[in-house]
Structure formats: structure tokens, C-alpha cells
Design a protein around this ligand. Sequence first.
Ligand code: AMP
Ligand code: MG
Length: 395
Amino acid sequence: MPLELALERLLGMAAATPLLERESLPLADAQGRILAETLVCRLDMPPWPNSAMDGYALRLGDWAGEPLAVTQRIFAGQAPQPLAAGTCARIFTGAPLPAGADCVEMQENVEVLDDQRVLFKQPLRVGQNIRPQGQEARVGESILASGTRLGPIELGLAASLGAPRVEVCRRIRVAVLSTGDELVEPGQPLGPGQIYNSNRQLLCSWLERLGCEVIDAGILPDDLAQTRMRLAQLAAVDLILSTGGVSVGEADFLGIALREEGELTFWKLAIKPGKPLTVGHFRGVPVIGLPGNPASTLVTFALLARPYLLRRQGVLEVAPLALQVPAGFTWAKPGNRREYLRGRIEQGRAVIYPNQSSGVLRSAAWANGLVEVLEGQTLAAGDMLRFIPFSELLG
Ligand code: AMP
Ligand code: MG
């Protein structure tokens, strides 16, 4: 299954089961959450014309080049008097323009004469150094759309609109299940044939960064009865995200349990790493089973599970930004699956970690993004390729 098609299907499923519950949060608590209302401008922004400079405000039509008397001082936060005809006002950045003024000259271009009069030394024009009313937005204009992820910029903008709280989608509850008899948690001694569970930490940390409520469902042994039992305990979550146990044909207990009490689709993704992906539900709870090799878990979570999770919360823009960069390596052997290599940008070129085995998570820690090599593609140094920075995927 091509990646695009898998993504399209997953996003379709996500859109069909949106999270509908909302909560109202103070801005300070809304970081990383997803807006569930449209934020509308309630006043013109700025609400009145104001000065963009520290300087002097005047009415150009009144002025024939002579020095002008300074008849008021207007600081930010003050309400000015109308400008007396044939005079000017001392004004500071952000202060409202007095009625009648139509020009602000910066103080550097003005000579202050002894007797509280000032001389304008440069040619002036109407509107200069004035921020007009409504320059940023007009009353009634939609400023932030429902489905926007709230970061520092969006929250700052919401504050500028005067909104003390925002309606956000409730946190999506995601259970993380690590399958495998060989898995042991860090801190425990390793027995023969055992390895430490890395996917659990990888996914729990990642989900937290995505603003999810994480239910750590621990390690699930490769056993059908326990698989059924554990899945049944997770009835209250929005998604069960498992890793491992989806190798074709083998003791695929997750697959059996889903087939018995839900629905199972098994996709062979045309990507490397990350071929097998389980998609289905157990008693109505959506399940995504990622492949167990840590680099495969990483790639499939980044490219498929992440956008799915965002879309279920109403996010429209789920595609990561990617860069076009020249290859700093060669790729001689064309593959029949699209590859996502762990790579980094060095001196403007994408280079890849020497060991791209799907079991090697170290490759991803060295890297700062995924290098895309298309099916059938070969690369010479300097050929352009797509690079998806981890910074686009991790949050
Ligand atoms: P599986 O899909 O269960 O056959 O697992 C594929 C490979 O990934 C095997 O080498 C597993 O030992 C490894 N693996 C599976 N789950 C994890 C995990 N949570 N942490 C580290 N390695 C894992
Ligand atoms: Mg396994």
C-alpha cells in the first residue's frame, strides 16, 4: 500500500470519528491544545489610529513650514485632546493619535527650539508613522480557525484579541501497548533473549509532546488470552497504539483478537522501514498497530499515526513542512519501497547515518530528520531530495 493511500485512509477514519467534547481553558493552560471555535475579532485592531514612533503629530494641511507650538504630550495609555489648529503634539509609540492629526514625524528629524516650539526638518507626507485603526484586523474578521494548534504565537494573538479563554478539543486519550515476550523495562535485569523496551518511552514521550493524554498500558506478552484481556481493559480510550507483533503470519495475537471482536485490516506499506501496519478496532475502540523495530515505530508514527491523531482532534493541516535539499550522499541501488532514512543536514546537504537498520534507534538520535528516497530512485551527490525535519514531526 502506497504511503499516500494509507495516510488518506487513516485520515478518513479519523475524520469519521472526531472528538466532539470541548473544554474552555484559560490561555495560560491552552498551550499545545487544538482550538475548537473560531476566534473572531471583537474590536478593530488596533482600536484607534496610533503612533508608530516617538515624535510629533501634526496636521499637514495646517502647516506651511514654520515652527509649530507643542500643545500636548500624549503617552501610550492616555486619551488625547483634539489637536489645536496650527500646533503639534508630542507623541510616543503606541499612543492614540489626537483627532485632527494626520502625520507623525520621528523625533530624530525634529529640532526642538527653546520656547516649546519644534521645527520639522524633512519633507512630510500624510499618514506617515501612523498605524491606522483596523490595520491588523477589522471587527468581525475571523482570526484563528477552529482546528488550529495553539502555540505561543496563536496564544499571543488570542490575547491581543482580548480573549481570556479559548474553547479547545478535549485531550485525546491514547493507550500505548508494547507487545513482545522479549521486552523488559529499564531498571530490570535482562534475562537471556531479552531486550529493553524502547518503544514505550519513545511513544509516551512523543504523545505527550503532541498534547495527548497518555495511558501507559505496559508490556503485553505474546499471548492471546492476555491480549484479549488487556484490550478489553482499554475500552475508555480514543486510540490503542501498539507496537510489535504484527509480523506476517506469525503469532499475531493482536490481529487475532481484533478479528474476533472488532475489525482488522493489515497493510503492507510500501515504505522502508515500517512495512507492516495493523489498522482496526477492538469492540469499537480504534487500534493502530505499529511495527516493533524502533526505527520502524518512529517512521510509521511520524508519517501515519501523528497525522491521524491530529485529524481526530480537528486539525486540518497535518502534513509536516519539508525541505528540498541536495543529497550529500549517493544512492546507487533503486529500491521498490520508498525509504525514510535517518539523516541530518550538514553544510546545506542531507547526509545519512551509516547504519539504517530498522532496529537501530541511535540512527535517529544522530539525525535531525527523515530523508526521503523514492521508489526506483537513485541519487548522485547534489541531487535534490525531500527532507522532513524532526522538529516538524515531534510536536
Ligand atoms: P515484532 O514486530 O514483534 O516481530 O518485532 C520486531 C522487532 O522489533 C523485534 O526485533 C523486536 O524485538 C523489536 N521490538 C518490538 N517491540 C519493541 C519495543 N517495544 N522496544 C524495542 N524493540 C522492540
Ligand atoms: Mg514481537
